[in-house]
Design a protein around this ligand. Structure first.
Ligand code: AMP
Length: 613
């Protein structure tokens, strides 16, 4: 018999989740479903994300609610709209074979009218972020007087983000006799307090050790000089040819800087932060899920609730402000039973923070060395060999060329041919890395390093080259993000991204900087360019600057440098896929996330500071 049936889940739900690939319950589902199905307990579940907790509460809700009635009976509160949409979607999927199940997602950053309309039509399950939920309650647009179950998902995060008061206000509109189910990845005192406040003798379930991260995650740290952080980061990325990672930064600006520097260096990267519109977020996330992006550069809050399986690496480009956030970050990898690596790049002054995190997660970090240039060459070479071995041959198409190819190689032995194919790439790797410096911080340099501070990104362009600021009559109304515009400019002007400085996307126009020497080329090559039937206009704007670019340490550009890098054929323009280097799936033309001019921060991007280092 299907193990979910044994747990007490009915056939039409089991059939639906079987189609989602749920064959056996996860440990948290196994233990919580029977308890929650009784409908008579408050409940506290200490569980990491990725353990299957959505189904752990979602399936019992579907069993317990009366779907012949059309009023709100369950309220799920969660910290971010991303998570809100995910939970809503998941519950709808579990209920695919049931009738009259109405689930509504209530979250900020989207039309409130649509949400109000859905509520009016009748819903039984409301999944909401606290800010927007309270807004709707204050408009007296929802009646929670018959709510039977409240789920507080990622409770620690909601408190982290300062939602305590909102939660109090929301819960005060629900009946006293409702049952409350709380899920949290960590159990700091604040969560304990709300558990005590809202619950009556709750059933407690701890999956794994308290505050302990997922056992499938390896934690590594690298000690580098602050000014070489970006170069070191890239080398770590280069040493992992199949990386599919999330890179965490502390601030929105830092995510933008890193993403831009990476794009310029030819990586498939984009940033995700709280100033993006919902549409922009969705676009970035879609590209990441589809693997068009290899690296997602995110702030803590923006990355909360991201449910992407198969993330191979989490990279802490900057350590989080709060120790607990480390658990959230690293929990983005090693999901659904997979393994993953959480990497921290630190300077010597931050070693104390590593020790502190070790204490909180109850696990030791491994100190790793930044690979040498030769290590990276070797890794890339074998990744290439592996790729050649596994490539799908299009027999029909290649057949006609085979006689000529064989002819060309007739004089060579099999070994010679293989050697030459491998050398084609390997020579370039070797050439690129021949003078690669050791990027590990020497122990006696630690103190000075700390004093020098974190200048790596900002002082990227130490060559101090002169820029000219140009105007272009395209902007965000044309759906250009900074990354898109960079690609568009490089493609049309036929210049390398490395010669482009700051890009400032406005509404109907934008400004960008290029090296003085490239101005004529840009102007000439843009002479007859049209965008959607409109003439593209470039003009020199004001004075030239020698502002520091957002790029990283240029002494080591990664493989993706135009000259000598692996990615000779990098293209920003259309949607075509190009092979070469790591960046197989560059797809700039399709557009990605971006950067919107925005002054007020949404609520969800203003975490209350908690346990700091
Ligand atoms: P969650 O912790 O709810 O975010 O779930 C993490 C991931 O595991 C999601 O992609 C779920 O679809 C998946 N998942 C949850 N329960 C199961 C199960 N019993 N079998 C297989 N996959 C599951």
């Amino acid at each position: 018999m299907n193990p979910f049936i044994n747990l007490g889940i009915r056939h039409d739900i089991v059939n639906a989740i079987s189609e989602l690939g749920f064959e056996n319950p996860t440990p948290i589902q196994e233990q919580s479903i029977p308890v929650l199905l009784t409908g008579s307990n408050d409940f506290v579940g200490l569980a990491q994300t990725g353990t299957g907790k959505t189904a752990a509460f979602g399936l019992p809700l579907l069993e317990l609610l009366d779907f012949e009635e059309n009023h709100p009976q369950a309220l799920v509160l969660c910290p971010t709209r991303e998570l809100c949409l995910q939970i809503t979607n998941d519950i709808k999927n579990y209920a695919k074979k049931m009738n009259n199940v109405n689930v509504v997602a209530v979250y900020g950053g989207a039309s409130i009218q649509d949400q109000l309309r859905q509520i009016k039509r009748g819903v039984q399950v409301v999944v909401a972020t606290p800010g927007r939920m309270l807004d709707i309650i204050n408009r007296k647009a929802i009646d929670f007087s018959q709510v039977k179950y409240v789920v507080l998902d990622e409770a620690d995060e909601m408190l982290n983000m300062g939602f305590q008061e909102d939660i109090d206000d929301i819960l005060s509109t629900t009946p006293d006799e409702k049952k409350t189910w709380l899920f949290s990845a960590t159990m700091p005192a604040e969560v304990r307090r709300i558990a005590k406040k809202y619950m009556d003798n709750p059933f407690e379930l701890t999956m794994g050790e308290k505050n302990t991260g997922n056992a499938n995650i390896e934690h590594e740290y690298y000690v580098v000089r602050a000014r070489e952080k970006y170069a070191a980061f890239k080398r770590i990325v280069d040493n992992n040819p199949e990386i599919f990672g999330i890179v965490f930064c502390r601030t929105k600006i830092e995510t933008q800087e890193i993403a831009e520097a990476l794009i310029k260096d030819g990586y498939n990267a984009d940033s995700l932060h709280g100033d993006l519109s919902q549409q922009q977020r969705d676009k970035v996330m879609k590209r990441y899920r589809e693997r068009s992006l290899q690296l997602l550069i995110a702030t803590d809050v923006a990355a909360r609730g991201i449910d992407v399986n198969d993330v191979t690496h989490v990279i802490n480009y900057s350590l989080p402000d709060e120790v607990e956030n480390y658990t959230h970050r690293s929990g983005r990898t090693a999901r659904a039973g997979k393994t993953g690596v959480s990497i921290s790049i630190v300077n010597s002054k931050e070693l104390g923070k590593i020790r502190q995190i070790e204490r909180v997660i109850g696990k030791k970090f491994v100190k790793a060395d930044i690979p040498t240039g030769f290590d990276v060459c070797e890794k890339q070479l074998f990744a290439l060999v592996h790729k050649v071995h596994n490539v799908t041959v299009n027999e029909q198409q290649i057949e006609q060329y085979i006689p000529r190819i064989m002819d060309e190689f007739a004089e060579l032995s099999k070994e010679e041919v293989i050697k030459r194919f491998a050398s084609l790439e390997f020579n370039r790797f070797l050439d690129y890395y021949k003078n690669a410096p050791d990027l590990n911080a020497p122990a006696d340099d630690f103190r000075r390093d700390g004093e020098r501070g974190e200048r790596g990104m900002r002082d990227g362009n130490r060559g101090g080259s002169e820029y000219t600021r140009l105007f272009i009559n395209l902007g965000s109304v044309d759906d250009f993000t900074r990354g898109d515009l960079l690609g568009y400019i490089c493609n049309n002007a036929k210049i390398s991204g490395r010669t482009v400085g700051k890009i400032d996307v406005k509404g109907v126009y934008s400004f960008f900087e290029v090296n003085k020497g490239d101005v004529d080329m840009v102007m000439n090559n843009f002479k007859s360019v049209e965008f959607k039937g409109r003439e593209v206009r470039i003009e020199i704007s004001g004075e030239g600057t020698s502002s520091p670019r957002s790029g990283g340490d240029r002494r080591e550009g990664g493989y993706q440098r135009r000259e000598g890098g692996f990615n000779r054929e990098r293209s920003y323009g259309g949607g075509e896929r190009r092979e070469g280097g790591f960046n197989r799936d560059r797809n700039k033309g399709a557009g990605g996330g971006g950067f919107r001019d925005f002054s007020g921060k949404p609520r969800e991007e203003r975490p209350e500071r908690r346990r700091r280092f």
